[in-house]
Design a protein around this ligand. Structure first.
Ligand code: GDG
Length: 457
C-alpha cells in the first residue's frame, strides 16, 4: 500500500508524551502512528534565510519527520501575518479582527512554494499526500506546478465561512483557485463543506459533478467531504482514571469549592473567553445561592503571543478576572481561577473527570476537542454536564449537551445553573447519547475515512 505523507505547518513540538496545546497534533500523530509514513513541516526555527533544503528532524517509531526553517521575513508575513492575522479571524467569522496586506499574502504564497519545493524530492510516485489546515491552502498548487500527479488531499481543521465572509479577504479568488488543485478537500461539518461548494458554484463558475460532493472548477475536479475529527474515548477515560493521575487531580480539587465548572482553551479570541467570563459574572449576580459553593476554573495556555490581537485578549481577560473576583470574592472563596499556562495531559484528563460542568463556548470553532475529551473523561455513573456553543463544530454531533449561544450571557448563566442542578438520570442519559456518537465518529474513523476517500478513484 502507498505511503502516507502528512504536511502541516508545524512538526517539531509534537512528541509523544509531551504536552501540546493543539488538536491537530493529536490527530496527525495518530494518523501516522499505526501505518507509518513521512511528516513534513516547519521546524519552528527562524533563521537568516529560508532555504528549500529539508532536513531529517528525527524518526519516531515508523514516522520520519522532515522540516524546513523559515526566515524572519517569511515567518512574519506567512505565519504571523496572513495565516494568523488574516485567515484565522476571517475563517472564524471575526471579520473586524482581520488585517490584510498584499505583501503578507505574497509571503504566504512564497512559503507554500518553499514547502512545495522542499517536499517534491521526498515524494514517491504512489505516495498519498495529506495536507492539514489553513496555513497550506496553496500547497497542492505548488506541487502540481512541479509535476506531481499524486493524490493530494486537504483537511481544514477550522470552519470555512459563508462566501460573503470569505470574500472579505482581498485575495479570496487566488486562494480558492489554489484550493482546487487538491483532489479532495475535507471539512469538519456539512455547514463548512456547503459554504465552500457554494463559493465554487456561485463565484468561481464551478459546475456540480455527478459524483456526490464533487465540483468541476478551474479545469479540475475537486471532491469534498465531511470528516468530523474525534478523540480516543477509551484512552481519555483511562488517563482520567489512572490512580497516579487521579491523586494529583484530587489534590487540586481539594482546594476548590464543592462544585467545579471547568474550561480549557488555547488563549484565542475565537474561543469566546471574554463572553464566557461575562456570563459567569452574570451567573454570580443572578444565582446568589451558588456563592461560596462554586469555582469556575479557566485554563488558558497562551498561544500566538507575538500577535497584537492575542496580546490584547490576554490583557483584557487578566483585567476581567481580577474585576470579577474583586466584586464577588469572600475571604474564604475565590469564584474564578484563571490559569494562564498549560498542564500535562495526565493532569488535565482527571481534572475533566472532577468537574461537574465544562463550559465550551467558542464564538466559532472547527470542531473543539476539549468538548469531546470532557465527555470521554466522565464516570458514566456520575457524569458531569457539557455546556457547548452551538457554533462549535462539535455541536453538530453532541446535541445532547446543553447547547448555548455564546453571545447570550443570560442564556449561558442559566445553563450553568441548570448544569449544576441536573439530576443524575438526565446526566447519564445525555452522556450515553454523546458517547454513542463519539464512538462512531472516532479518531480512527476520521483518519480512515479521509484516507480511503483520498485513495478512491
Ligand atoms: C484546531 C481547531 C479542532 C489545551 N490546553 C492544554 C492542552 N490542550 C489540548 C486539549 C485539546 C487541544 O489542546 C485543543 O484542541 P481544540 O480542538 O479544542 O482546539 P484548537 O487548538 O483550536 O484546534 C479545532 C482541532 O484543530 C482539531 O481538528 O477541533 O476546532 O481550532 O486536545 O486537550 N493539552 C495539554 N495541556 C494544556 O494545558 N496537554
Amino acid at each position: 500500500m502507498s505511503r502516507l505523507v502528512v504536511v502541516s505547518n508545524r512538526v517539531a513540538p509534537i512528541q509523544e508524551g509531551e504536552a501540546t496545546a493543539g488538536g491537530l497534533a493529536a490527530g496527525v500523530l495518530d494518523a501516522l502512528k499505526q501505518k507509518g509514513g513521512l511528516w513534513f513541516g516547519w521546524s519552528g526555527e527562524i533563521t537568516a534565510t529560508s532555504e528549500a533544503k529539508p532536513s531529517l528532524e528525527r524518526s519516531v517509531g515508523q514516522i520520519t519527520l522532515f522540516t524546513v526553517d523559515l526566515s524572519r521575513k517569511d515567518y512574519d508575513e506567512y505565519y504571523r501575518g496572513f495565516a494568523n492575522d488574516t485567515l484565522w479571524p476571517v475563517l472564524h467569522y471575526q471579520i473586524g479582527l482581520g488585517h490584510f496586506e498584499w505583501t503578507e499574502f505574497e509571503g504566504y504564497r512564497r512559503v507554500n512554494e518553499l514547502f512545495a519545493e522542499s517536499l517534491t524530492p521526498l515524494v514517491r510516485a504512489d505516495d498519498l499526500i495529506w495536507v492539514h489546515d489553513y496555513h497550506l491552502l496553496c500547497l497542492a498548487d505548488g506541487l502540481r506546478a512541479r509535476g506531481l500527479t499524486n493524490r493530494i488531499g486537504l483537511f481544514l481543521h477550522t470552519p470555512f465561512p459563508a462566501p460573503g465572509v470569505f470574500m472579505t479577504i482581498p485575495s479570496h479568488a487566488d486562494l480558492i483557485k489554489a484550493m482546487c488543485a487538491y483532489d479532495l478537500v475535507g471539512f469538519q461539518t456539512e455547514i463548512d463543506r456547503t459554504a465552500f461548494v457554494d463559493y465554487l458554484l456561485r463565484h468561481a463558475d464551478g459546475v456540480a459533478s455527478d459524483t456526490v460532493g464533487a465540483v468541476s472548477a478551474f479545469g479540475r475536479l475537486v471532491r469534498t467531504g465531511v470528516y468530523p475529527i474525534g478523540v480516543h474515548v477509551d484512552e481519555v477515560r483511562a488517563q482520567a482514571e489512572t490512580p497516579v493521575n487521579r491523586r494529583q487531580a484530587t489534590r487540586m480539587r481539594a482546594n476548590l469549592m464543592e462544585r467545579l465548572i471547568l474550561s480549557v482553551d488555547r488563549l484565542d479570541y475565537s474561543k469566546g473567553l471574554r463572553q464566557r467570563f461575562a456570563a459567569f459574572e452574570r451567573f454570580l449576580a443572578e444565582y446568589p445561592a451558588q456563592h461560596g459553593l462554586v469555582t469556575f476554573m479557566q485554563i488558558a495556555p497562551p498561544s500566538r503571543s507575538d500577535i497584537e490581537t492575542y496580546q490584547r485578549i490576554r490583557r483584557e481577560l487578566e483585567g476581567e478576572a481580577g474585576r470579577i473576583n474583586g466584586r464577588f470574592a469572600e475571604v474564604d472563596w475565590v469564584p474564578l481561577r484563571y490559569l494562564n499556562r498549560s498542564f500535562p495531559r495526565n493532569v488535565l484528563m482527571p481534572l475533566y473527570a472532577e468537574a461537574q460542568a465544562c463550559l465550551v463556548t467558542p464564538l466559532r470553532d472547527g470542531m473543539n476537542l476539549v468538548a469531546k475529551e470532557y465527555v470521554a473523561a466522565q464516570d458514566p455513573d456520575e457524569p458531569g454536564v457539557l455546556i457547548l456553543s452551538e457554533f462549535a463544530g462539535a455541536a453538530r454531533e453532541l446535541d445532547a449537551a446543553l447547547l448555548v449561544n455564546p453571545y447570550d450571557e443570560a442564556g449561558m448563566a442559566r445553563a450553568m445553573d441548570q448544569a449544576l442542578s441536573m439530576r443524575v438520570e438526565e446526566r447519564q442519559e445525555r452522556h450515553q447519547a454523546m458517547m454513542k456518537i463519539m464512538r462512531t465518529n472516532s479518531l480512527e474513523q476520521w483518519r480512515d475515512r479521509f484516507e480511503a476517500d483520498l485513495r478512491a478513484e
